[in-house]
Ligand binder design. Structure first.
Ligand SMILES: [Zn+2]
Length: 54
């Protein structure tokens, strides 16, 4: 129980860091997330690419 919850939190943290890295790479460290294809801003952290690049 505890372990799977811990992994979920780790996964969410990793997702968040990856999203932030994409934003930084796109030149906008203030963004929450950015598309890894065209570098546009993404509002959520669930996706790594926008709808055009998917
Ligand atoms: Zn894109």
């Amino acid at each position: 129980m505890f372990e799977s919850q811990y992994n979920d939190e780790m996964e969410a943290e990793v997702k968040h860091l990856e999203a932030q890295m994409r934003a930084i790479n796109a030149g906008h460290p203030e963004w929450l997330n950015a598309c890894s294809g065209c570098g546009c801003e993404l509002t959520g952290i669930e996706n790594s690419r926008c709808e055009k690049c998917r």
